[in-house]
Design a protein around this ligand. Structure first.
Ligand code: NOJ
Ligand code: CA
Length: 715
């Protein structure tokens, strides 16, 4: 139901050019003001605590006076909206969108009545605002040279940051005071393929902040369309974060043509960390669904010919040669290296395994020609996305998969030669339709072509979305790796199932990896923008199993890998390990088989960035609940209440926990599984090892379960 009231009276005018807007629940107050020089400012309060001091708003324009001063207010509009909508897939069935809106039209009288609008939406859980440039005589085309939006924090707060970088979001997180930010630490992360660190004081969004007063503040953006990614530059003495837009190859930030608007700048605020994770502000600020028919969009679980390449037992390439020219190579004549992963035999083995264990998809990487010298040469014609290697019979394999009720997942690694991909993507998607591929994983490893562009520049932001729109036309779902981080556009385009766009589990296979706290920070940072293809589920945790000289390991216990299916939300989840490792631990594998990828309800039971996360979710159209709890490098105990269960039902709780002596480094694979009968008024007590986790499934107990299992008792 939509309730729209023009609410001018609820805005308080203070002196002259200052106005206030209060959130529906009265907790947040936005103050907008114009200085005597006509400069717009905004500030934000949470109850009686200042969240943001007055910070500047505005846009600089190339060869022009710009949009940041000499303004007068010419019009004020306000509205209140309270409605609900149902996402195609998500963390809950229904999302409430409840906010007060204030739109201020600012005019530059001296510059031919040029005007812009600043649209504020104040929710109970935070603020979004954007700049709008209406079509008008005095404004058609312009080039943004800088955005001067400031976020003026009130003290030397704790921040969970990663280095500001125009090309990569694959860093681990650092936790420091604002005054201690030093993005140059990112320079030692040579395991990241392409890095363009912006400056010593640059950080990325979503940025998670814990204030000295204990407030949780998250800064990001929503609906990033036709504009570059916003990074932040920290003034470490004054605790001001200023917007830093990603430039293009010639140093410009954005090319605009009116009517046009920027993405929303977002500030989520609460005195409880759990509320940050429960916030749907970013989704609410995005446009509603634009796809007419969404029946072909399906959340899915998949396996893949993939981890073997990261663990070093397989290769993407067919032959061990270099200096390949795509057009001139006779692939049949190359000498196979004997370790190629994407073979007919191996693909059939994966299809069989997927079919037997109920997976929807099988990703096959390295199926297509060009991997011999795909990386590091800034080469344009790397892949054609349609020619399989001689040992991959695409016709036979897609037929075999269909017979077994499984779909192959397409892989398009572009190696960041985006011009090449743009020329070929349409025929590649046509081929997917012919062979019945429903999902594509794209990848952008390496330096961008057009040369000089960054992964985060306006041209690339437009490219990622162009791929989403084009795949939608072909009824193809998409999962983009090394793309810019998401901003909630999956509401509008739900075929964009997931992105990687952060440091995934794969880093653990071949680098110093992700520290045990990594997955306790991701939900507060990267996941604020949308689902991540993190690729959890690694059971064989130490890599010396494959090669005794290897020191790498996943910084986790086995039980924690299970919990990640609940704590890292995504409608696309991989069981990332090799099938042979799942066969070694069939009882633990059962959780991965059971856990849904689409939900009716989500409860954030406990959360603290950098420390722990505990979430309960109810599977879509079922009575089943699943709980995931994870810890950082410390061990922890939790009491879990079950008051959300149906009161008239007994449930069977299957508890997958770290064994007593488990430890992410010393004994990561020790787990135990126990089963009990429970009711809504029970509480469960769980222990997480250092770097550990717990996963629980709760299903209505059958008569047989009631005979076989005992009631839960605290041990
Ligand atoms: C990086 C991706 O994140 C990874 O999943 C993929 O296997 C490699 N690129 C190769 O495309
Ligand atoms: Ca990656």
């Amino acid at each position: 139901m939509k309730l729209m009231i023009v609410l001018l009276l609820s805005i308080t005018f203070l002196f002259g050019n200052e106005l206030n807007l209060v959130s529906p629940d009265g907790k947040l107050t936005l103050t907008f003001s114009l200085s005597s020089a006509g400069e717009p400012y905004y500030a934000l309060n949470y109850n009686n605590t200042q969240v943001l001091k007055a910070g500047r708003l505005g846009i600089k324009i190339k060869d022009d006076p710009g949009f940041f001063d000499n303004f007068d207010i010419s019009e004020i509009d306000s509205t209140i909206i309270d409605e609900s909508w149902n996402p195609v897939w998500g963390e809950e069935k229904t999302i409430r969108n409840h906010y007060k809106e204030l739109v201020i039209t600012l005019v530059q009288e001296k510059i031919k009545q040029r005007h812009i609008k600043i649209r504020f939406r104040l929710f109970n859980d935070g603020l979004g605002f954007r700049y709008e440039f209406p079509k008008q005589e005095a404004l058609s085309y312009f080039i943004v040279s800088d955005e001067i939006t400031e976020f003026c924090l009130t003290g030397d707060h704790t921040v969970f940051w990663m280095p500001g970088d125009y090309d990569s979001n694959e860093y681990p997180y650092f936790t420091t005071k604002i005054s201690e930010i030093n993005a140059l630490i990112g320079q030692k992360h040579t395991e990241i393929s392409t890095r363009s660190i912006i400056a010593e004081n640059a950080v990325q969004t979503p940025l998670m902040i814990k204030s000295t007063e204990g407030l949780y503040i998250n800064i990001h953006e929503a609906a990033l369309v036709n504009y570059p990614v916003m990074h932040l530059l920290a003034d470490k003495q004054r605790f001001i974060l200023k917007s830093e837009l990603t430039p293009d190859a010639v140093g410009h930030k954005a090319y605009m043509q009116t009517p046009e608007k920027t993405p929303w700048r977002t500030i989520i605020v609460s005195d409880r960390a759990e509320e940050i994770l429960a916030s749907r502000l970013i989704l609410n600020l995005n446009e509603p669904l634009v796809l007419e028919n969404t029946e072909w969009i399906k959340p899915q679980k998949y396996i893949g010919i993939w981890w073997g390449m990261h663990a070093g037992t397989n290769t993407w390439n067919y032959a061990d040669v270099g200096n390949i020219k795509l057009a001139d190579t006779n692939w049949e004549k190359l000498q196979p290296n004997g370790r190629h992963g994407a073979t007919n035999e191996e693909t059939k083995r994966y299809i069989d395994f997927a079919s037997e264990h109920g997976f929807d998809g099988v990703l096959v990487e390295g199926w297509n020609v060009g991997w011999e010298d795909w990386f590091g040469n800034w080469k344009e014609e790397v892949f054609d996305f349609i020619t399989p290697y001689p040992d991959f019979n695409i016709e036979e394999l897609t037929r075999y998969a269909a017979e077994k009720g499984v779909r192959l997942i397409m892989h398009h690694e572009t190696s960041s030669s985006v011009t090449n991909y743009v020329r070929r993507m349409q025929s590649a998607y046509e081929m997917m339709n012919i062979y019945g591929y429903e999902t594509v994983k794209t990848g952008y490893v390496g330096r961008i072509i057009p040369r000089g562009e960054f992964h985060d520049s306006q041209w690339m932001v437009n490219h990622y979305l162009r791929a989403v729109r084009l795949t939608a036309r072909y009824h193809i779902m998409i999962n983009s790796h090394e793309s810019c981080r998401p901003t909630g556009l999956h509401r509008t385009y739900p075929n964009w199932l997931a992105c990687e766009a952060a440091r995934g589990n794969e880093f653990n296979a071949w680098s110093e990896g992700n520290p045990p706290e990594h997955e306790t920070i991701l939900p507060f940072t990267r996941l604020i923008g949308g689902p991540m293809d993190y690729t959890p589920g690694i059971f064989q945790i130490k890599m010396d199993y494959y090669d005794k000289n290897k020191k790498e390991q996943v910084h986790t216990t086995l039980a924690k890998q299970l919990a990640l299916y609940v704590t890292i939300y995504s409608p696309l989840q991989m069981a990332a390990d090799l099938p042979e490792n799942y066969i070694r631990f069939p009882d633990a594998f059962q959780f991965i088989k059971d856990v849904p990828v689409d939900w009716d309800e989500t409860r954030i039971l406990a959360a603290e960035p950098g420390d722990y996360i505990m979430i309960a979710r109810k599977g879509k159209n079922t009575k089943n609940w699943f709980i995931g709890a994870i810890s950082d490098e410390n061990k922890r105990e939790f009491k879990i209440t079950l008051d959300y269960l149906d009161q008239d039902k007994t449930y069977l709780a299957s508890i997958y926990m770290d064994a007593k002596n488990a430890h992410w480094e010393k004994n990561p694979m020790a787990y135990k599984i126990s089963k009990y009968l429970v009711n809504y008024n029970d509480s469960l007590y769980i222990k997480l090892a250092e770097g550990g986790g717990a996963a629980i499934s709760l299903t209505p107990a059958s008569e047989e379960d009631k005979l076989n299992y005992q009631n839960y008792q605290k041990k």
